[in-house]
Design a protein around this ligand. Structure first.
Ligand SMILES: Cc1ncc(COP(=O)(O)O)c(C=O)c1O
Length: 412
């Protein structure tokens, strides 16, 4: 039998470490991914010899770093198929991108009685900002249910559309179930109903696992977060159609986002995307994001996707063979990314996590910031193993070995 081996594993120095005295099987990339040497080296190089503030220094290192920083905006645009770097706002993470849209677009475009549709499988980052608008402006948040197969009930979604629907917020790939949503179908259905409905796609897990083209999916807004894309934490991206970004008021006020500040004649703002980037940005982290994108682009997202699908197919099969283990999410692997949420009879997810830790296997246990989804499934937590481009079959085998230990200890 073929042993599935990632050709990229050695690019990630952290994976040669041990955990609890065992070789590390890192299966928590859905929470945050390990970083390749290319990212670590690029950040290190800036800190060791090219660091300064950007957008304001007249001296060489500041000018050079400003250029490199703005080049990353271009790289991000190209990576997700955006028409221009002017569509790319740097944020701290996905959470900030969604809050920015809720507060800036929402403030201008939503009023009492308007409706925002989200889904039951959203991360809290795409729930709470809209619920805050319910309190602020009296809008209504409607929620598309998830079927027992872990997919969105699109008939219920269609029935929810109304003249009051102003925006749909939907996750591309569920971090808790691995479900790959039919974003194109959702966008087309909404547009056919009313071309003015805006669509925000939470691509936090999507951009990591497959090639994204924001123009093809016709999203109005698309957010993702660097730390899941093999880049550092502290940097995220909001893509927006330019006319929407241009019409939105600023998010925060401060340096770098203004054209002019005068107590006599008032304040004018820079154009988008700069008017949304108040204060000194995450300079080194942006350079790290650029290095991650270069690294991934040189390999090709299609190649990474194909590899991950092969490993996910194997994982789905071997996890399915463990007695007493319930896997959540779609059974059909073509509808699912390499994210496996499960419970085991007789063992709480945190017990599973602790035993796996002793076996060198890192998984996430809890509600995965998707409490409403857990509620709808009638559970409070799952254990979740999530694959990255660097995982090998051996990592999955270590997981299975650890789960058999859990079985022995808790089930007998
Ligand atoms: C689907 C999804 N959306 C949003 C987020 C929030 O990402 P961040 O905490 O980087 O803002 C996550 C992180 O787990 C996620 O998986």
């Amino acid at each position: 039998m073929v042993n599935i081996q990632s050709p990229w594993r050695n690019d990630f120095p952290a994976l040669s470490k041990t955990m609890s005295g065992q070789p590390l099987a890192f299966l928590d990339s859905g929470a945050s991914a390990q970083k390749p040497s290319a990212v670590i080296d690029a950040m290190d190089a800036v800190l060791r010899g090219g660091y300064s503030n950007i957008h304001r220094g007249l001296y060489e290192i500041s000018q050079n770093l400003t250029q490199s920083f703005e080049d990353v905006r271009k790289k991000v645009a190209q990576f997700i198929g955006a028409p221009s770097d002017k569509n790319i706002v740097f944020t701290r993470n996905s959470t900030e991108g969604i809050n920015l849209v809720a507060q800036c677009w929402g403030r201008e475009n939503l009023s009492h009685g308007d409706e925002v549709i989200i889904t039951e499988m959203e991360h809290h980052a795409n729930i709470v900002p809209w619920k805050i608008l319910e309190d602020q402006f009296g809008i209504t948040v409607k929620v598309v249910p998830v079927t027992s197969d872990g997919i969105l009930d699109l008939d219920a979604f269609k029935a929810m559309l109304s003249d009051k629907t102003k925006l749909i917020g939907v996750v591309e790939i569920s971090n808790a179930l691995g479900t790959i949503n039919s974003i194109t179908e959702i966008v087309q259905t909404a547009r056919a109903y009313n071309a003015d409905i805006k669509i925000l796609v939470d691509g936090s897990q999507g951009v990591v696992h497959r090639r994204v083209n924001v123009v093809d999916i016709d999203a109005d807004f698309y957010v993702f977060t660097g730390h899941k894309l093999y880049a550092p934490s502290g940097i995220g991206v909001l893509y927006g159609k330019y006319d929407l970004l241009d019409a939105m008021p600023p998010y925060q006020g401060g340096g770098d986002m203004i054209e002019r500040v005068s107590f006599k004649s008032g304040i004018t703002y820079r154009e988008a995307p700069f008017k949304f980037e108040a204060g000194t940005p995450a300079i080194v982290e942006v350079i790290g994001l650029g290095a991650a994108i270069d690294y991934l682009s040189a390999i090709g997202m299609d190649k990474i996707s194909a590899y991950e699908t092969e490993l996910a197919t194997y994982a789905q099969k071997v996890l399915g063979e463990i007695d007493g283990l319930t896997l959540y999410g779609p059974k059909d692997i073509s509808q699912k990314a390499g994210i496996f949420s499960f419970t085991m009879e007789g063992a709480h997810p945190s017990d599973i996590g602790m035993i796996l830790d002793q076996c060198g296997v890192a998984v996430r246990c809890g509600h995965h910031c998707a409490m409403p989804l857990m509620e709808s499934m009638g559970i409070d937590a799952t254990a979740r193993a999530s694959l990255g481009m660097y995982n090998n079959q051996d990592d999955v085998d270590s997981l299975v070995h650890g789960l058999k230990k859990v079985q022995q200890l808790f089930i007998g």
